[in-house]
Write a protein of this length. Structure first.
Length: 298
């Protein structure tokens, strides 16, 4: 009997060791895969950082990520501006466009989401379904009709075509995100607010909106990044170089003969990453909560 007990214990110990070894191997493989994905994702950023300190003639065709002798000429050239337009002008235009987009999306999307999530009215489900359906509509399908409309309204070469949609809740994804978040809030809060004499606007402002901070910050992060990096919209609606955003300003590093100043272009691209990175790092702790749309936590 003692022999059988010893044999059983030895077998259990061997199985435990084998299981531990298997888990260790899976962990190693998982970490190696994660590192491989990280290298692929970060390679373009590392390349941009290295190329920004290379002379323009060494950027194209060079296999080295970082130059042997870094130079600062590309950044010094930014101080001179592009075509007599200061670089700060492009960054100011992009900041105005991005900040206006954030304000418009947060106000319009949160109000619309509150109506869908908290107010019962005829046709609510149909309207919500139609709004979600707009996510399947390609942007380019609406491009020509919108341009013709804004041209007839004499709004071309202004920021109105770029910003007006943000204030009219046309960003269906962010409306959907906030609707899902608001639906997870306890209904007792709304009932308590109504018993205290609050109307819908007061309930929205004082009760619902403060609890939706993760969803609001998540929407703000994505809206800021999308507006800051937007190239198509400004290209279509802005004609004067003095109104160009950063994305269009980088296009001006190419002269009329098609010869591009790659050094200056990449240096400007590197500087343009800094506001987006700072905005993301400032609010990153809210990002996961907002995307999870988990509502209140106990």
């Amino acid at each position: 009997m003692s022999g059988l007990g010893t044999s059983g214990a030895s077998g259990a110990s061997g199985a435990s060791i084998a299981s531990s070894t298997s888990r260790r191997r899976i962990s190693v493989v998982w970490h190696l895969g994660a590192w491989a994905v990280l290298v692929v994702v970060l390679y373009p950023v590392v390349w941009v950082v290295g190329a920004a300190f290379k002379p323009s003639r060494e950027i194209v065709g060079s296999l080295e990520l970082f130059p042997v002798r870094p130079v600062l000429d590309n950044f010094r050239g930014l101080a001179d501006g592009i075509a007599d337009i200061p670089i700060a002008t492009f960054f100011g235009n992009s900041l105005f466009y991005a900040a206006g987009s954030v304000v418009g999306v947060l106000v319009s999307a949160s109000l619309t989401a509150y109506a869908f999530a908290k107010i019962r009215f005829a046709g609510r489900k149909l309207l919500f379904t139609l709004m979600i359906g707009t996510l399947l509509l390609p942007y380019h399908v609406l491009l020509i009709p919108q341009y013709v409309m804004f041209q007839k309204l004499e709004l071309i070469n202004t920021y109105v075509p770029l910003l007006i949609g943000k204030f009219l809740a046309t960003e269906a994804f962010f409306v959907f995100l906030m609707v899902q978040f608001m639906r997870n809030l306890p209904g007792e809060l709304d009932e308590a607010a109504r018993l205290d004499g609050c109307g819908h606007l007061r309930t929205y402002w004082s009760v619902v909106l403060p609890l939706c901070r993760p969803a609001l910050i998540t929407s703000a992060i994505f809206t800021f990044i999308n507006a800051w990096n937007d190239f198509m919209g400004p290209l279509i609606y802005l004609n004067e170089p003095g109104k160009y955003t950063v994305s269009l300003g980088m296009m001006m590093f190419r002269d009329q003969e098609g010869v591009a100043n790659y050094g200056g272009m990449i240096a400007m691209a590197l500087v343009a990453l800094l506001p987006v990175l700072a905005f993301f790092l400032a609010f990153q702790r809210y990002l996961i909560d907002g995307m999870a749309t988990s509502g209140l936590k106990g």
